[in-house]
Each structure stands twice: as C-alpha cells, then as structure tokens.
Design a binder for this molecule. Structure first.
Ligand code: XMP
Length: 327
C-alpha cells in the first residue's frame, strides 16, 4: 500500500527522465496490486483521470475499464471529446453513461456547496457500483487523486469527492497512482506517456464539474446559460492566445438576478463571473491580467448570445483569500 504522505526527499518531477522513472515504478506497482483483475476508472476527461487512464492502459491494457459518466455538469463538448480521444483514438475499453437526469434531480433545491459535492460524489460511486455489478472480476477502482486533494482534505478546507467519500461496505480497492504528485508533475508524466499535448495541458476541471460553478441550488436553465457563457470564454481565450498561457479560467453564475435592458425592455438576468488564475500547484493562485478590449468583446458576446445572462463581472481575488472555485 502506498502511503498518502509525500516523502520530504521526493524529487519534483520536472523532466522526461524523472517522469519515465516514475512511470516504470508505477507500472510495476499497479501490475503487482491488480494482478489479473479488472479496474474501473472514472474517466472525466480532465488531466488527472486521463493521465491515470494512460498509466493503467500501459500497465494492464484492456483490464482497465474506463467509465465516462456524463453527470450533466460537463463543459460544452467535453463528453464528446472523451469519446473521441479515448474511445476512438486510444481504443480504450470505454463505457459511456448519460446520467444527467439522475444527478440533476438529486441536486434540485440543494444550495449548500459541500452538500452538493457530497451528492455528486455519492452518486458517482453509485453509478460505478452499478456498472461494476454488471462486470465480472472488478475489484479495483482507480482515481485521479492528486496531492493537493489530500492536503486540503486533511486540513478540512473541503471534502473532495475522490478522497474519503466511499460508502461503507464498498468492495473496491483503490488504485491512485498519482496521489503524491502535484499538478505540474502530473502533466510532465502525461506527456511522457505520449498523451496529446492539448489534453495534458488542458485546464483542470473539478470532479463536480459545473456543479460548483452554478452557484447555490442548480437549475437547468441557469446551468445551460453557464455552459454557453463558459464556452464563449474558452473560445475567446483560445482565439486570443490566452488558452495556453492561463492555468485555469471559467465562468461562475450565481443564483440571483439583476435588472437590465434588452431590446428596449426590462431584462432580468444572472451575472456571469469570469475567473482566470495562474498557479503551479493550485495551493495559491494569482490573477491573470486580461486585456480590456478582450474583456469588452467577451462581455458583448456573452450578454448578446446567452439567454438569461445580462451582466459580466471579473473576479480579481487571488488565492488566498479566494479559493479558485467559488464553492
Ligand atoms: P480550490 O477551489 O480549492 O481549487 O482553490 C483548487 C483546484 O482544485 C480544483 N477543485 C476540485 N477538483 N474535485 C476536484 O477534483 C473538487 O471537488 C474540486 N474543487 C476544486 C479546482 O478546480 C482547482 O483547480
């Protein structure tokens, strides 16, 4: 069993050589742990789960069963991309489940952030358990837990769904090969594993997805507005050279409305809040300066193209004191 404390003398993985040494060690460890059993992996399509998938495919090939649960809280186009990259290009054993209604029904009326996280995490585990029951010899559950998740769970800052949230009586054993790594190290390992650059350098996406960005009690209309506004932000960052430069950027939409005017009529809508931060390990973060012309363009597009949004605001708060996510 791997301990969840990073040894003080553990060298930071910054080069391909260090990454390869890590990969060799983990491949052996995974093979020893798993034997000829099957492993179920929650493949969200984020950097962490994608790198874990690639590591496991290298170690145990088709014994890995990737399950992509579309919880209805994905960014625009993300589920489609998972199917394209893992299902088609990497020929992984991939099961796709559209569980949108199940998640959104359970979340209806729930406003408290940690409660939302727990519902989403709990539902995830249930979906996996159901999938596992349909399969034979699945004894393991792989997870893309990384070191900041562990540190912050220990500090009680937040309950990450992938640490410590497993129900009693669960029969899976965990495989968490990148649990001692910081985010920047996970990326170096991903590149050494041959994953596409754009996948390895994709922004981190929290397990609860847009659920922690659709603030308060989630409604389908506000979630839709958030997804569309977020897609515009990403498109504009990509078109203006910021996509590869900024570590994480997204929209959060709170659950209150303000008064506005559209087409000469009163138009009440939600604000879209832009958050764009830089960091190396997600423990602290600074604010990216976005050119004003681009901010104006993003504001114009979001307020004109997205139903339900009538203002755009910019969050200038570093971490600390603000966490990167709003919830
Ligand atoms: P915070 O908000 O704690 O975020 O400053 C630090 C990094 O972690 C991501 N994050 C999560 N990832 N499950 C995850 O897998 C979560 O519940 C979660 N909450 C935050 C966040 O997007 C940022 O990259």
């Amino acid at each position: 069993m791997q301990t969840d404390v990073r040894p003080e003398n553990m060298v930071r993985i910054t080069t391909k050589e260090l990454a390869n040494a890590f990969i060799d060690e983990q491949v052996k460890r995974i093979q020893e742990q798993v034997g000829d059993k099957k492993v179920l992996l929650a493949l969200s399509g984020g950097v962490d789960s994608s790198v874990v998938a690639a590591l496991l495919i290298k170690a145990i090939g088709r014994q890995l069963i990737c399950v992509h649960v579309n919880h209805g809280l994905m960014r625009k186009g993300e589920s489609e991309q998972v199917i394209e990259v893992f299902g088609k290009k990497l020929d992984a054993h991939l099961i796709y489940i559209d569980a949108t209604d199940r998640f959104l029904d359970k979340l209806a009326g729930v406003a408290e952030p940690e409660k939302k996280r727990k519902i989403i995490g709990g539902e995830f585990i249930e979906v996996f358990a159901e999938e596992a029951e349909k399969l034979e010899d699945v004894e393991f559950l792989a997870q893309g837990t990384i070191y900041p998740d562990i540190l912050e769970s220990k500090d009680g800052v937040k309950a990450h769904h992938n640490v410590g949230g497993l129900p009693n009586g669960m029969t899976f054993q965990l495989v968490e090969p990148v649990m001692l790594l910081y985010k920047d190290e996970v990326r170096v390992v991903g590149e050494a594993l041959g994953l596409p650059h754009e996948m390895v350098y994709r922004q981190p996406f929290p397990g609860p997805g847009l659920g922690v960005r659709c603030l308060g009690a989630i409604t389908r209309d506000r979630l839709h507005a958030l997804r569309e506004a977020d897609a515009i932000l990403r498109e504009e960052f990509a078109n203006n050279g910021l996509a590869g430069k900024v570590w994480q950027y997204f929209i959060a939409v709170p659950d209150f409305k303000s008064v506005g005017v559209r087409d000469g009529k009163r138009y009440e809508g939600w604000p879209a809040i832009i958050r764009a931060v830089n960091t190396t390990d997600a423990m602290t973060a600074t604010i990216e300066e976005i050119p004003y012309a681009l901010l104006h363009r993003i504001t114009d597009r979001i307020t004109h193209e997205v139903e339900g949004i009538n203002r755009v605001c910019l969050d200038l708060t570093p971490k600390p004191i603000g966490t990167i996510e709003w919830e």
